[in-house]
Write a protein that binds this ligand. Sequence first.
Ligand code: KG4
Ligand code: ZN
Length: 335
Amino acid sequence: MRILAIETSCDETAAAVVEDGRKVLSSIVASQIDEHIKYGGVVPEIASRMHSESITAIVREALNSAGLKLTDIDAVAVTFAPGLIGALLVGVNYAKGLAYSAGLPLIPVHHIRAHIAANYISSPELEPPFLALVVSGGHSHLVEVRDYTEFKVLGRTRDDAAGETLDKTARVMGFPYPGGANMDRACKDGNPHAFNLPRPHVEGSPLDFSFSGLKTAVLNLINSANQKGEEINFKDLGASVMERVTGCLVENTLEAAKLTRLTKIVAAGGVAANSVLRAKMRDMCEKNNFELFIPPLSLCGDNAAMIGAQGYYEFLAGVKADLNLNAFASKDIDF
Ligand code: KG4
Ligand code: ZN
């Protein structure tokens, strides 16, 4: 079964053709970074407009590069939640028009489910059940993936997401947007123990995350140094922030694995591209004899191939939308 998949939840306009959930026939991602970089972050209105401008060309390119025509496609899958509402609506409405005109089924796909499904592409042998750490710009979740469309959230952030924390602290340190990725690149040889940053715990919920205290501590540290006219080594500070954030993520993942007795561990989402997190996850899994799955960098960030992968399993589970499909800025993964 060939699915044409569309993703427009944030600042990437993406389209892909995926066969049977696992084989990527084409995957086109048009990043808007060059536009948003001027503002230091994603401007929702601009994101929607840019999706509108480029979506037709991106979908056409996905078909062309797969060597296929719309008549060779069996279904259209689209991200319908969560994300920037105006951005999501562009993809949802485009997918509706395409599905209607071609007489194809329309499959609504949850963006965070799809991040997890990126691993089905890179690891053809991977099947649920497993434990997933999903860390993106807006989400930090520990999820028990019981089946392809059955999820139980074990832990989540109480405030800021991991990506958001890295992005915001990177911004005040002067790293350009997207902060998380640039901080990772710039701080590789920084000292991760140079600053003793707080290790946030959520009392009574050992699998939940809380990063806002850490973010505030970094902002205070920088403000106080500025007031005193002291220099800060941002390579060391960046390395220390990454050490702390990834430390929390990996410790809670281990705790969740012990509690659930799951030994297959999956990492997913934009922050799964982080070099410190990847190394720590590898180390933790090796020490505990867990099997680790992390997508290549190209499948960590937003793309439409992952939408096609999850879309396939949603379709097999009987999930289909009609032309009343709406977009939602937020929706739990276990909706
Ligand atoms: O999954 P994603 O592309 O979009 C959302 O669904 O949010 O994740 C974007 C997030 C941003 O916060 C970005 O800074 C972060 O992933 N990110 C990274 C790295 N690459 C992307 N964070 C840390 N290290 C990286 N190498
Ligand atoms: Zn994402």
